[in-house]
Design a binder for this molecule. Structure first.
Ligand code: ADP
Length: 543
């Protein structure tokens, strides 16, 4: 964009230096719009005549008598502003304003390599500038409109992606629930060694699929800005213990030393999102163990105070593993980035873990990084700010010990209803309950569940969330509004929703807990035990 001087020249005749005053007088008089005339000799500009100045001189006393017959060289400006025709208008304007304000009144000559090209006036210059500005603002306006449209399209695309992932997640989780559930049930049926191995492979592959599904969902949730941190009290010792519990076995299997130490915690509790913090730490520890064949993995958690109420947790995971080649280091936090195809083949993984860690740490307002030397090892670290909770001097709530709490024995007296429309999931639930010595009635939608609850005195309902006719949330709300003790039946949701706050929605509808699909045997059994315990207590209190 931007016009050049040659684009803004005016249509004007030229004259030779021999022309006389009266010739020029005639030319200006005949054409009121003629403002400037260039004087040119052998194609070279030698002077400039400006209409107003010319008439002023002629109007002087004796002006006409003096100049009419004389060559125009007596009247012309012999040193007019001459510019190259290819100069941008904007530049010429600056030059005039800065160095040659006289040219504002007088006009200028455009030349190419010293030869005359044309004349111009400042009026034309400013008009051109105004046109440029107008065009520019038009372009800006249309660019802004395009950007607006692109933004709307991008938002729609991103929403479509999230919706697609939520749907796919549900669609993939349902059959995966079947595969993993049945694999767990099969394992409990007394298989020979070879069969056990086959089932183990089915189970492992299913778990990998599940992890991939969760990772992709997490990433898309974070990118869509839909992931919100759930800040809760957090004990760093507990975080260390959980890490130890989860990874110790794997480290022992690989015969590598595995140690965790905590510094600066001083018995205080902090506030942060424990689930997401664990997710980051577990990912780094998991990688360290995965990529270390001998030596050790050390986890170091340290709290540094940055005020009375705020602290920074620095977590470092050091390993003596294969390390990361320098050329692979810079993209490591990008999604699907893996240092080396060979190790990936050997160890599995999708290259999403670190991308998710980075985004989670960013979300927590922290930083993450690493240093690594190939064949020597790596240290991954992250730092996140934590709120220091007020010190609670009251003795902490005793932890309920699962092993000594009185779990009701599985007897025929316990009545369970399963509301689930999918036959595979029904079979899985039935199998799990049977493993626990429990039996259940089955219905296929929320409406039937409400009717069954009215008719029978159930202790527990396992409620699928998405069912035809009436979904699980609606059914729960209806059950809660029934008359009498049937309204207080324990209801556990079976959720396949990983994308949007499923847990909160279950709770808001009046459910007592939820178990994520694909169902994990231990998680289901624990949730059932807790629910039956609550039910028994409610009955004791009522009695
Ligand atoms: P994944 O482990 O699923 O492939 P990540 O995003 O967690 O995905 O890691 C990306 C890559 O970074 C890994 O494939 C590996 O090449 C490299 N990497 C991560 N952690 C380590 C580590 N502790 N030692 C060596 N390489 C690592």
């Amino acid at each position: 964009m931007g016009r050049l001087v040659r684009d803004v020249l005016v249509d004007a005749p030229t004259v030779s230096p021999k022309a006389r005053g009266e010739d020029i007088y005639e030319m200006f008089s005949e054409d009121n719009d003629l403002l400037v005339i260039a004087v040119v000799e052998d194609r070279k500009p030698v002077g400039l005549l400006n209409r107003d100045q010319f008439f002023l001189r002629m109007a002087d006393r004796h002006g006409r008598a003096l100049f009419s017959k004389r060559p125009i060289t007596f009247l012309m400006n012999k040193e007019p502003l001459v510019v190259e025709a290819g100069t941008p208008v904007e530049q010429l304007n600056q030059l005039i304003v800065r160095d040659r304000p006289s040219a504002l009144m007088e006009g200028f000559i455009a030349a190419r390599r010293g030869e005359y090209v044309g004349v111009g006036t400042s009026f034309e210059l400013f008009a051109a500038m105004a046109r440029d500005a107008e065009e520019r603002s038009h372009k800006l306006a249309s660019l802004a409109e395009q950007l607006g449209r692109a933004r709307i399209e991008a938002l729609a695309a991103s929403k479509a992606k999230s919706d697609f992932l939520a749907t796919m997640s549900h669609e993939i989780r349902t059959p995966l629930n079947g595969v993993l559930g049945i694999a767990q049930l099969l394992m409990a049926t007394g298989l020979d060694e070879e069969q056990s191995e086959f089932v183990r492979v089915i189970n492992d592959s299913g778990q990998i699929l599940l992890r991939l599904l969760n990772d992709i969902l997490d990433l898309s949730k974070i990118e869509a800005g839909k992931l919100e941190l759930d800040v809760q009290p957090l004990e760093i010792r507990q975080l260390a213990n959980d890490t130890q519990t989860l990874w110790q076995g794997r480290a022992v299997q690989k015969q590598i030393a595995f140690e965790i130490d905590v510094q600066g915690e001083n018995g205080r509790t902090f506030s942060a999102d424990p689930v997401r913090l664990k997710q980051v730490l577990f990912n780094l520890v998991g990688n360290a163990i995965k990529f270390t064949e001998q030596g050790s993995v050390d986890v170091h958690l340290a709290l540094h105070d940055i005020g009375r109420k705020r602290s920074v947790l620095r977590a470092e995971v050091r390993d003596t593993g294969c390390g990361i080649p320098e050329d692979a280091q810079k993209n490591l936090f990008n999604a699907f980035s893996q240092a080396d195809a060979e190790t990936t083949r050997k160890h599995g993984g999708s290259g999403l873990g670190l991308a998710i860690c980075k985004r989670l740490v960013d979300l927590m307002g922290g930083t993450i990084g690493f240093r690594s030397t190939e064949r020597e090892g790596s240290t991954f670290w992250f730092e996140v700010p934590l709120k220091v909770d007020a010190v609670d001097l009251a003795p902490s709530q005793p932890q309920i010990d699962q092993t000594i709490s009185e779990t009701p024995k599985a007897t025929d007296e316990i009545r369970i209803l399963v509301a689930e429309d999918n036959p595979v999931n029904q079979a899985v639930a039935k199998g799990f309950l049977k493993l626990k010595g429990l039996a259940a009635d089955f219905v296929e939608n929320g409406r039937e569940a409400v009717e069954a609850c009215k008719a029978g005195d159930y202790d527990l309902v396992l409620m699928d969330m998405e069912m035809p006719v009436m979904d699980g949330l609606e059914a729960t709300r209806e059950i809660r509004s029934l008359e009498g003790s049937v309204a207080s039946v324990q209801i556990l949701a079976l959720t396949a929703h990983a994308l949007s706050g499923a847990a909160e929605r279950c709770q808001a509808a009046g459910m007592d807990g939820h178990v994520a699909k694909p169902i994990n045997k231990d998680a289901l059994f624990n949730a059932i035990d807790d629910a039956l315990e609550r039910r028994a207590e409610a009955r004791r209190n009522a009695a």
